[in-house]
Structures are given as C-alpha cells and as structure tokens.
Ligand binder design. Structure first.
Ligand code: SF4
Ligand code: SF4
Ligand code: SF4
Ligand code: FES
Length: 697
C-alpha cells in the first residue's frame, strides 16, 4: 500500500494506483474527458492535470502512478488556467451546436464547459479535411451508428473499444497526426461497408456526440403524439435494471414499475415484455438443439445461439462457413415483434390489433445498437417499426418532462405478451441465454430432475470462455464478448468439444450493451448482473416452458416448437455479406413489403428482372420500382402478411425460395459493383426466376 496526500487529505491506495484512483478514494473530484474506467487512457485531453510537490510540471492524474509520500494538489489556480487553455483548443475545433446534438445534456465536454464556465473565444479551426478531403466526417450509412467527427475530441476511446482493448474488430483507427488526427474507418469507408458488427461499444465509450446510436426516438415521439395508430412497446430485460442510472439512481436499481409508468405517460397503448419473446426463443432454440443432437450427422453442431445480432453480423461478415451452426430462431425482439404484428394470438388484444387493415405501431427498447440493424434485416424487416436504446428511452422521458424518480413502482406489463419467467430475465447477462436453454432443454430431454436449476459456472461478466458439462445433454460454452468468440473459434477444438455455444458480442452480455447508459463506475457490470439474477431468484416461474401464456400461444396457434407455423413467425435465415443470396433476400423482402424504392436501390440502373410470369421481363430500376409500387396487389397486414422465405436457412449457394403462395422456385442472380447513393455497392444486374415455376405475386 502507498500513503499520499491529496488536497491536504491523507489517503492509502494499493501499489500501481494512479492519482485519479487516489483522488476518488479520498473523495476529491478531478475532471476527466479522455478517461474511461474500463479502457486504457492515452492522456490526450489534459483535463486531469494535477500538481505534484517537487515536480516542475503538472501531471495527468489518469495515467500517473502515485508514489509513497506524494503531496498532490488538484485545484490550484495555475491548473485551472491550464485546463481552460486546453478546453479552448477543444472548443475551437468543436461545432458547439449542442442544442442539436444527440447527446445534449449527456455530454462530458458540455458538462466540463458548464462546470467551469469556459467560453468559446478562439477562432474556429477546421477539422482535418482541408489537407485530407477524403476523410469522411459525417456518416449516416449504418442503421445502428451515426458518426460526426467534427465533434471528436480525439480521446481514442472508440479505437480502444473497437480494437485491442475491447471488441477486437479494429474497424476504427487513427489517421494523420497533430491537428489532422481523426478516428477513421478502414480505408475511410462508410461504416455500412466495413466489418462493423453494430455492437455500439464505440458509442458507449465516446465522451461526446461524435459517435451515437442512429437516433429513432424523435420518430417514436412524433408517432406517439400523432395518436393515429394503436401503439405497442416491448422492453428488454437489461433496460429495466439500467434505465435508473440515467436519472441518477445506483447501477443495478431495478426500475421495472417506474419504467412502465413512464412508457404509459409517453403515450403507448400497450406495454409488453420482451421477456415473453425470450421464453419463446428458448422453447424454439432448445427444441432445435435436441433435434440437432438427434440428427445422424453432427455437421450443425455445436449450435450457436442467435439472439445477439452483433454476433450474427460477425458470422455473416467474417465466417459465413459457420452460418449452418447458428440457431434459426429469431431473437426475442424479433419474435415478440412478429407476434405483436402478425399473430392471430395478438389480435385478441383489442381494436387496432383486430382490424386487419392497419398495423399497430410497434417499438422495442433495447440495451443494444445492433438491434436497430436487426430490425431491418431481410425476412424480419417490418416485424417492428423502431428499436430504440435504453439511452434513447431516457431522452424521451426527459423530453416529455416526466419525473422518473417520482413515478410509482407498481407499473405492470400488459398481458398476454407481457408474461415471462426468470429464465427470460437472465437473457440480459452473459451466460443467461445458455442457462435458460439448459433449464428447458433438460426438461424436454427428461433429465431435469437430476440437474440443478442454477449454473454458476456459466455466470460472470469477466471476459473469457465459461464452460459447463450438462449431464444428459453435453458440454456447453459461453463466449463473453466477440473477441473471446474469435479466440475460441481459432482453436477448432470447439467443433467436437461442445454441443452448444452462446456468444454475446458485448462483454457482460446485454447488460454491457452499446445502448445502455454510459457509466464511469468500474463495477457497473457486476452491479447490473446482481440485479438480473435477483429478479430470476424471486420469479414465481423460472423455466421458460412454465410460462402459461407461451403454453397458450402454442395451444391456440403455433401447435408446437419448431412446427411449420412456428417457423413462419419465429425463425429466420442467414447469408454471407455481399453474396447473391443476401441480395436476393433483400430484394424479395422489399417486394413483400411493397417497398419499390428500396428494391430499386438494390438494382443496377440497367437491371433486368425476368419474372417468368405474365408480367414478362422488367428493365431498369425505375420500371421495377413502379411495378412493385403499383402493379402488385396491395400489401396485406396482420396474419395475412406472408413473406418469401429461403428454402435453406443458411446454405450460401442455395437460392431456392418458398413464395408466399407456398411454392418453391429457384432464382439466378448476377451482381455488379456500382455506386449506390454515392457509395460503391454490389447491385443486382440480372435477376432470373427459373421458368417452369409459379407466379411471383
Ligand atoms: S459498432 Fe462495434 S464494431 Fe462497429 S465500429 Fe463501433 S465498436 Fe467497432
Ligand atoms: S469519436 Fe469519440 S471516442 Fe472516438 S476519438 Fe473521437 S471523441 Fe473519442
Ligand atoms: S450482447 Fe446484447 S447488447 Fe451487445 S450486441 Fe449482442 S444483443 Fe446487442
Ligand atoms: S482524462 Fe487524463 S488526460 Fe484526459
């Protein structure tokens, strides 16, 4: 241990502690901007400068190690002047348009300016585009992440979060030096064209508004205020244990009741629980696992969980050879959305769900930025209208002046799509999906009696692989974070060792998700995790198959897990990025939703679509757009909305499709690289439905 003095207070800290650690121990506030408790600091902002007796120059407290007997001052006038100088430099390069910024009110630079009453006095300095005009400052191409590098303070936290100290994806890196330094993507590509998996960890780390989740909360408020459609919202398990942090509550405070009241005050007609979808995911995934275990070949084992879209993105981008291993079960968000919009079950809920001519407006609140990306995946687009993050929900609540603290704790979800078990709640934590699946798979396999309900080896938020041998089933593994999964997959022993592998792209699982409140508490993941397991412990039912409303759904509509009906609503397919299969899936998805303009954007201007139907051949993107918008029968809603589906879930070569009329037909796709909206993209040049099959409509 080391003893030192900070602002006259003596404090004892362990060897290796920084002045910042020591100050926190002593209850002394030191301002920081480029520091994050879970990422390495590069000490670039100089906000944390402190004076150490006997040293000629101030030292950055975030990286300087304390020594025995140090005497430290944090609030001398000279230090305040240094900070003000550094702040002037930052402000001179910052747009300072806080009123229009997505993190207005939640920005660490803005807080520092306000605390210190710094003025923006220097002449404006342009960001590094003059010498390097190729650098893209504004990028709205990703469905999940927006970049505005004119606001960047060069802290480097996004580079660490995406790269070596976090996700291991290395999508963002610094280019240029000195005043031109910018965190750019590989080859300055728009984010949508990179290896980005949409996990949002960079947005979580960014102290300002340079990296944010693609905002949808404005649209949601606008629709709610319009009151023209029946509105429904579903909320993820990780949101209820973190939303309180946005209102000053301690991490791990369970705010389910307050959150439900807040959603009602925002104007939602129905408040549902994504946990209902999680119980359903378990029913489908556990059945799928047992089916694969019983199959003569092991080629689709181990089964990979598929409820994390960051992980699914990673497989599609980097290892499409592994796609057959992914469970075809949709995530809880997508299952719940499909049920709310399209099941006969939901139509018993009331007017608006039963008219059949207008869809309810469905929103999800998620801890996750990748869920925005998932919500527009082909084959699932339209299952819900918008996915917003926990942070966005907080912004909506603040924008409407709702006093979250003062709300009662007794809010309750609407039924039946709001009923759930403890197994669904633990989805929020790394290891939770697997533990929930084991509970139900053990029941289905008839080995439940001999097994414990809780699987401690599968729990924990420390990065790495967790494993457990489940008697009667086999060995399972948890990859806590996408970087861990990458390392496990390099070994190749995983193929024979495990029957199932859970991968959650964010460390800690969704409770460390890129859409959760930003926290400077180093223990935040542990605290949120304790809350998750305490909810499970107190739940009256803790196994997904015990959910009475899930049982009713199977009895009334879906018959059984993995049935044809269940597959139509609750399962999906995958495709490698930039593949013909993906282009075809996207195109048919646009056809199903009668979205001619999006279909046209997937097509080369000289495209030919051989429909092999009475409609003949269609030439050019504009003709295709007009055909979809005006010639096809109007889109139907509710259970009458049927989609094209891929005949195989993940075979990269298979372009066989089951049409909404239930017929199989083959397609041939030719694609060419061409600019689309100014960005190079693979576009459909020729699309052929193989003659001899059925009509397209
Ligand atoms: S969203 Fe994730 S993968 Fe994409 S740039 Fe950010 S940290 Fe990297
Ligand atoms: S984009 Fe944000 S996180 Fe990345 S360097 Fe700039 S300010 Fe830091
Ligand atoms: S771990 Fe959770 S929050 Fe993170 S990308 Fe996956 S689903 Fe989203
Ligand atoms: S917080 Fe220490 S230099 Fe930025």
């Amino acid at each position: 241990m080391i003893r030192l003095t900070i602002n006259g207070r003596t404090v004892e800290v362990s060897d290796g502690a920084t002045f910042l650690d020591a100050a926190r121990e002593a209850g002394v506030y030191i301002p920081t901007l480029c520091f994050h408790p879970r990422l390495p600091s590069h000490a670039v902002c100089r906000m944390c400068l402190v004076q150490v007796a006997g040293q000629a120059h101030p030292q950055p407290a975030c990286i300087t190690k304390a020594s025995e007997g140090d005497v430290v001052t944090t609030d001398a006038e000279e230090l305040r002047q240094f900070r003000a100088m550094d702040a002037q430099w930052l402000l001179a390069r910052h747009p300072n348009d806080c009123m229009h910024c997505e993190v207005n009110g939640a920005c660490r630079l803005q807080n520092l300016v306000s605390e210190n009453q710094w003025e923006d006095r220097w002449e404006k300095l342009a960001r590094g585009t003059e010498r390097h005009p190729e650098h893209r400052l504004t990028d709205h191409t990703s469905p999940s992440i927006w970049r505005d590098l004119s606001k960047c303070v060069e802290c480097g936290l996004c580079v660490e979060a995406c790269g070596a100290s976090g996700q291991g994806q290395y999508v963002i890196g610094f280019a240029e030096r000195g005043t031109g330094r910018l965190p750019v993507t590989v080859f300055d590509q728009p984010l949508a064209n990179t290896q980005c998996i949409s996990c949002g960890q960079c947005t979580s780390a960014c102290p300002v508004g340079a990296l944010v989740e693609t905002p949808h909360w404005h649209d949601v408020l606008h629709t709610l205020d319009g009151r023209r459609r029946v509105t429904a919202v579903q909320v993820a398990p990780a949101t209820r244990i973190a939303i309180g942090e946005e209102f000053g509550m301690a991490p791990g405070t369970v705010s389910t009741g307050k959150m439900i009241h807040a959603l009602r005050r925002l104007g939602f007609d129905y408040i549902f629980d994504s946990n209902f979808g999680a119980d359903l995911t378990i029913m489908e995934e556990a059945t799928e696992l047992l089916g694969r275990l019983a199959a003569p070949s092991r080629h689709r084992l181990p089964l990979f969980t598929s409820c994390c879209p960051g992980w699914v993105n990673w497989v599609e981008i980097n290892r499409p050879d592994l796609l057959p291993h992914l469970s075809t079960a949709k995530s809880p968000q997508q299952m719940h959305g499909a049920l709310t919009k399209r099941s006969a079950f939901a139509r018993t809920l009331g007017p608006g769900f039963s008219s059949g001519c207008e869809e309810p407006y469905v929103v999800s609140v998620m801890p996750c930025t990748a869920k925005k990306d998932e919500a527009v995946r082909p084959g699932m687009a339209g299952d819900l209208d918008h996915a917003v993050t926990t942070r966005e929900l907080a912004r909506m609540i603040k924008a409407r002046g709702i006093a979250f603290h003062a709300l009662p704790d007794d809010g309750a979800f609407d039924q039946p799509l709001g009923a759930s078990t403890g197994a669904a709640q633990i989805f929020a934590a790394s290891g939770g999906v697997m533990e929930a699946m084991v509970r139900t798979a053990a029941h289905f396999a008839g080995v439940e009696e001999s097994l414990p309900l809780e699987w401690q080896p599968l729990r924990g938020v420390t990065q790495g692989v967790k494993t457990a041998q489940i008697p009667g089933l086999g060995k399972v593994a948890i990859c806590n974070g996408i970087a861990t999964a990458q390392r496990l997959l390099e070994t190749e022993t995983w193929r024979d060792e495990f029957i199932a592998i859970e991968v959650m792209a964010c460390v800690g699982g969704c409770l460390g998700g890129g859409g959760e409140p930003k926290s400077m508490d180093p223990q935040v993941l542990e605290k949120r995790m304790q809350a998750v397991y305490s909810i499970d412990k107190q739940a009256p039912r803790r196994r997904s198959y015990e959910n009475p409303d899930v049982q009713a759904l199977y009895a009334e509509e879906l018959e059984a897990p993995n049935s044809v009906q269940a597959h139509a609503l609750l399962h999906t397919s995958y495709a490698a990025r930039n593949s013909s299969r993906l282009l075809l899936m996207r195109f048919l998805d646009c056809v199903d939703r009668r979205d001619g303009s999006s279909a046209a954007r997937l097509c080369h201007p000289d495209v030919v679509w051989q429909t092999a139907s009475r409609h003949g051949d269609l030439h050019g993107a504009l003709q295709i757009q007009a055909f979809i918008d005006t010639q096809l029968p109007p889109r139907r809603y509710g259970p009458a909305f049927l989609r094209h589906t891929m005949a195989s879930a993940a075979d990269p070569e298979d372009l066989t499709v089951i049409t909404p009329a239930g017929e199989r037909c083959a397609f041939h796709v030719e694609a060419e690289l061409a600019p689309a909206d100014g960005i190079p993209a693979m576009l459909i040049k020729r699309l052929v439905r193989i003659p001899g099959h059925t009509s397209i409509a």
